[in-house]
Design a protein around this ligand. Structure first.
Ligand code: SF4
Length: 412
């Protein structure tokens, strides 16, 4: 029996019907649109919520066993200028802001040396989208250093990281296929959060109205082009910027479809948006922690037991135990050195705390590289030779990080 959800008009499932949908999803290893929408409309009922989490955890155990992974990283925000102006962003700065900063290569080298010293493997380059399109200041800065584009500069920065003893992973916003091919030469993987397939969010008054690179079609195309280049790729769903449950389901289904075609989606991040005081969206109601767990579980059921599902532990620190039973198998990048520049108000947990809480939930924490073991096992085809040949320096026989056994991840 169903009742209609007053907001979405989608039929809510009675507990017994919800349990049947959930069971079928676990057995089939996926969940179709109509069932996913009905389940999402029903999952705020506490009993359906518990059944959903239990099933998602079972699916995770089938695909990933007890292992939960983490990547020890340093976060290098190469530039905090960006051509876009998302209404919720506190990261991007305009050239007149004293906090604006571009990393010189020497600074990258220093950050990398600090990362190596503290046992980090991943150099995460996360930066604004092509600021040269918006700002003469940035164009001049690049020209003074003989760079034509930001991508020219990223390629050199990633060389510094790889030569300095770390594995780069870059998220530089929208890149074309030629740019990604250049970055494939020294990156273990690349990333771009799909965020949402909702076109509505780009309308006037919406969070992405002033953000041309947040056009979902453009982001989907970049996912496909990365697949054509055989680049292990990180995607994700952003929660709480005004999207509906149906749009969340649609986003996860779009990622599932791309993965079915190309097989390169190495992980899917389920990331809650935290309102920031100095932004247009400062007074938006933050998403409930239970909803984060619910969407981790929905991602697990839609994307199946083999997908790597990640939730950042610093964005829902009170409910790590709930997340650990909602189907995730990865905590993402956690740094003993640098802050989360996107969410500077949210400190990383110490790795020892993460290990203790993961183990207390009956699971095992293992350190991974910025690329998952199944791509390494699949071989050279997924990497440029220089990257593939560098991997043995960092990994154990199973493709996890070297010098970590079981849950033996050293604390900061
Ligand atoms: S694209 Fe990213 S960095 Fe640029 S304004 Fe939007 S959220 Fe901020």
């Amino acid at each position: 029996m169903t009742t209609l959800d007053p907001q979405s008009g989608v039929g809510r499932l009675a507990l017994r019907d919800a349990e049947a949908v959930i069971r079928e999803a676990v057995e089939a290893g996926t969940l179709e649109r109509a069932q996913a929408e009905a389940l999402a409309a029903s999952a705020r009922d506490p009993q359906v919520f518990e059944a959903l989490l239990e099933a998602a955890h079972e699916s995770k155990l089938r695909g990933k066993g007890k292992v939960v992974t983490v990547s020890k990283n340093i976060f290098i925000p190469l530039t905090n200028m960006c051509r876009n102006r998302c209404n919720y962003c506190t990261f991007a700065k305009t050239p007149d802001n004293p906090a604006v900063h571009n990393f010189e290569l020497a600074e990258v080298g220093e950050a990398v040396a600090g990362g190596v010293k503290t046992g980090c493997i991943e150099a995460l380059f996360c930066l604004g989208d092509k600021p040269e399109i918006a700002y003469r200041f940035h164009r001049d800065w690049l020209a003074e250093r003989d760079y034509r584009t930001t991508t020219d500069w990223i390629v050199e920065a990633c060389d510094v990281a790889l030569e300095g003893g770390m594995l780069p992973h870059t998220n530089a916003g929208i890149l074309d296929q030629e740019e990604m091919a250049r970055l494939r030469v020294n990156n273990a993987s690349l990333g771009l959060m799909l965020e949402s397939t909702s076109q509505r969010l780009r309308e006037k008054g919406g969070p992405h109205f002033h953000a041309p690179d947040k056009d979902p079609a453009r982001r989907l195309r970049m996912h496909e082009e990365a697949g054509e280049l055989r680049i292990p790729f990180t995607s994700g769903l952003l929660l709480g910027i005004g999207e509906t449950d149906e749009e969340r389901v649609d986003t996860l289904l779009a990622i599932r479809d791309i993965q079915a075609t190309y097989g390169h989606i190495q992980e899917v991040i389920v990331q809650p948006f935290h309102p920031k005081p100095d932004t247009k969206m400062h007074d938006v109601q933050p998403i409930d922690d239970r909803d984060v767990a619910m969407w981790v579980a929905m991602a697990r059921l839609i994307l199946g037991p083999e997908m790597n599902i990640q939730a950042p532990p610093n964005l829902a620190p009170e409910v790590l135990e709930m997340l650990l039973r909602s189907g995730l198998n990865d905590w993402g990048g956690v740094s003993p050195v640098t802050v989360d520049f996107i969410n500077p108000e949210a400190p990383w947990p110490a790795l020892r705390e993460l290990r203790d809480r993961t183990e207390a939930a009956g699971q095992l924490l293992r350190e991974r590289l910025p690329v998952y073991p199944n791509y390494i096992e699949a071989g050279r085809d997924w990497f440029d030779d220089a990257v593939f040949d560098a991997l043995p320096r960092f990994m154990d026989a199973k493709g996890f990080a070297k010098n970590t056994t079981g849950s033996d991840v050293e604390a900061a």
